[in-house]
Design a protein around this ligand. Structure first.
Ligand code: SF4
Length: 391
């Protein structure tokens, strides 16, 4: 299609995706175009080498061998079938990666900073918070409601899809949510105060029809007045490269083959980040494995793309080949989304291409459901000439 043939622009991308309202788990997988998606929630966002090796083998045996990292620091196996799911769960349970039941699994929604050190409070807090969220009297939170443990030297998880943060402050630990202000807590009180804030969320009408997020509630009411301390500025999202804790590596589209995970497991424990990157503990040299991004200037870091067709039932087009083809010519971040839901990047991006039944819509500085600047674009339009001509 030429520029002159581009259809008129009417409004936001309108093909409404199905909103599931819940996240898949291991015990409650979600159907997708390539089978069941089984999401594993590693404790403290960390896999031991044995766990990583075991996941890789189970993914090849019971799934299609593709492994995703989610923006909640979880690990997803794809292509699982109803028939293979029970044996997969048995294997994951033997690796200590399965909760007592699906309700516990859904509530144990914790993202942990990858930059923790043995001397800080992160590991004991992660264990105590997981215990509190799976206790019989735990708050009955919506399944997308989550916690961030951002308790390394500098906070870095401010943009993570969480609702309640425990983080490092100028004088010690702080508890907060989407506001600028926080409540000072101690190692001893932190978990109890975080759970109390979750109860406050429920008591103040944060849940409706089993759904709800803290950001929506805080648009209606402020946090309690005792939240009065200033939060520290958060560090920017890091890129691949060496860190004091080990080597940070990204994955193309946050996905790898089971074989890659098998090889990574031989290097050391893996910390799972919400940036679809892995931190390989104690490793100073970047490993060279297929699909691994080890340089901060790699053009593949400028593209984000969801599963798309055929892996997702809601997708109107394939996404990743297009994103890969466009990556070298990009100067800013491009999000390619298989539908208006924008799973891979819910927030705005400088450029977004959203697949619709009539071609791709181009959205500038918006989300996948934003108002298009152009519509009806084909993948070949974009890869051959048109993309470079866009204003
Ligand atoms: S954004 Fe992508 S992965 Fe999410 S529902 Fe749409 S097509 Fe599927």
């Amino acid at each position: 299609m030429t520029q002159a043939q581009t259809p008129a622009i009417n409004g936001p991308v309108s093909q409404a995706p199905i909103i599931q309202g819940w996240c898949p788990g291991a015990l409650r997988p979600m159907q997708s175009g390539d089978g069941l998606v089984v999401r594993i929630r590693p404790r403290a966002s960390r896999l031991t080498p044995d766990q990583a090796r075991g996941i890789a083998r189970l993914a090849a045996l019971h799934g299609n061998g593709l492994i995703d990292l989610s923006n909640r620091a979880n690990v997803q196996l794809r292509g699982v079938t109803d028939a293979s799911h029970p044996a997969l769960i048995d294997g994951l349970r033997a690796l200590d990666l399965i909760d007592a039941d699906a309700a516990d699994e859904a509530r144990r929604n914790i993202i942990t900073t990858p930059f923790w050190q043995d001397a800080d409070s992160t590991q004991p807090l992660a264990e105590a918070l997981a215990l509190a969220l799976t206790a019989p009297d735990a708050p009955q939170l919506p399944s997308k409601f989550g916690f961030a443990l951002d308790t390394a030297a500098t906070p870095c998880l401010r943009d993570a899809p969480a609702d309640i943060w425990l983080e490092t402050g100028a004088q010690g630990l702080l508890l907060s949510s989407h506001a600028d202000l926080a409540l000072p807590v101690t190692r001893e009180t932190a978990v109890a105060e975080a759970v109390a804030l979750a109860h406050w969320f429920i008591t103040n009408g944060g849940v409706s029809d089993g759904r709800g997020r803290m950001a929506a509630l805080l648009k209606r009411i402020p946090l309690p007045s005792r939240f009065a301390s200033r939060r520290l500025p958060a560090a920017a999202k890091p890129g691949p490269g060496p860190t004091p804790q080990g080597q940070l590596v990204a994955l193309e589209f946050g996905q790898m083959q089971a074989e890659t995970l098998l090889q990574l497991a031989d290097l050391g424990p893996l910390r799972i980040t919400p940036w679809r990157m892995l931190l390989i503990e104690g490793v100073s040299d970047a490993p060279h494995l297929p699909g691994l991004i080890t340089r901060a200037d790699d053009p593949m870091l400028r593209v984000i793309a969801c599963t798309g067709a055929p892996g997702c039932l809601q997708a109107h087009a394939a996404t990743r080949d297009l994103a890969r083809a466009l990556a070298p010519s990009l100067r800013e971040t491009l999000h390619v989304s298989g539908c208006a839901k924008g799973c891979a990047h819910p927030g705005p991006a400088p450029l977004t291409l959203t697949a619709t039944p009539t071609g791709f819509a181009l959205i500038r500085d918006g989300t996948a459901s934003g108002t298009p600047a152009r519509e009806g674009l084909s993948a070949s339009d974009l890869t051959e000439t048109l993309f470079r001509e866009l204003p």
